[in-house]
Design a protein around this ligand. Sequence first.
Ligand code: SF4
Length: 334
Amino acid sequence: MSWVPSYISLYASGELRRRVEVLETMLGRCSICPHDCGNNRLADEIARCYSGYLPIVSAATPHFGEEPALVGTNGVGNIFFGNCNLRCVYCQNYLISQNAREERKNQVSFERLAEMMLELQAKGCHEIGFVSPSHFVPQIVRSLEIAVGRGLSLPLIYNTNAYDSVEVLRLLGGIIDIYLPDLKYADGEMGYRYSRVRDYPQHARAAIQEMHHQVGSTLILGEDGLVKRGLIIRHLVLPNDIAGSTDSLKWVQGELGPHTTLSVMSQYFPTHRAVATPLLDRKIRQGEYERVLATLDALSMDHGWVQEYEASEYYRPEFEDRERPFKGLAENDA
Ligand code: SF4
């Protein structure tokens, strides 16, 4: 039997409409993410994420750089949202995440965002991936309602920095099939120095616990061998242990269990302001990466993927080319 996402029954019962209404109300005094800015985005007032009412889409394209069990043969249909609620000095997508004046030109209607989902489905993508979605959840759900009415039936991936509101995530229960959060830091001071938020660990951990509560530890695979439901936590290893890898991995093991699916990444390279940031101005060393892999072994965590040490050599998004921002990647590279 083929997989049927649960958002289809939420649509049929009218529950999706109710969620849209609740989320839109939250935009009137924005508390969509933990910044809790309180600005009226319905009136296009902007605050920390530089985003008003309409969604901003920087690129929508089949993407082959995600984990193999998501990519399959036709890729993930990724929709890259403009702007962000974090300010990471090393952001590899900084051309779209920290370029608010330019990104305003990429505002689209809810109808257009729905069409993008349907176009990616028509291209044969296996899932729709919402990339950096945290500040646009109400807009995504409103557009999803339109797309479902016109036949969207792919699993949805929520690909997030994890600086998410638990209250908002609860409203995504039964809508999102696959959660793909980062776990960036274990130490709030590091989060402040390098991403401009003091409380990253507490909010990211609470968000990931909520995601885990919704979809569990076990990845559900379809007949095609691809993930249909579940949680995959990404951890990017940073130089000088800025990411606090051991603390984060121990937290995952202790709170969510040793069989939680992880994607451990070595692809860090200094870009954007990290080029001139002490401690972040170099790639990670092989020894640093091997220590993280040894920690995984010591914690008996063997579900998921680890990148080859050399990944930073080829994994470089180029957002000047919005049609194909990851053109350095061959199909199925991950
Ligand atoms: S989504 Fe944007 S405006 Fe709303 S609370 Fe977060 S940073 Fe502030």
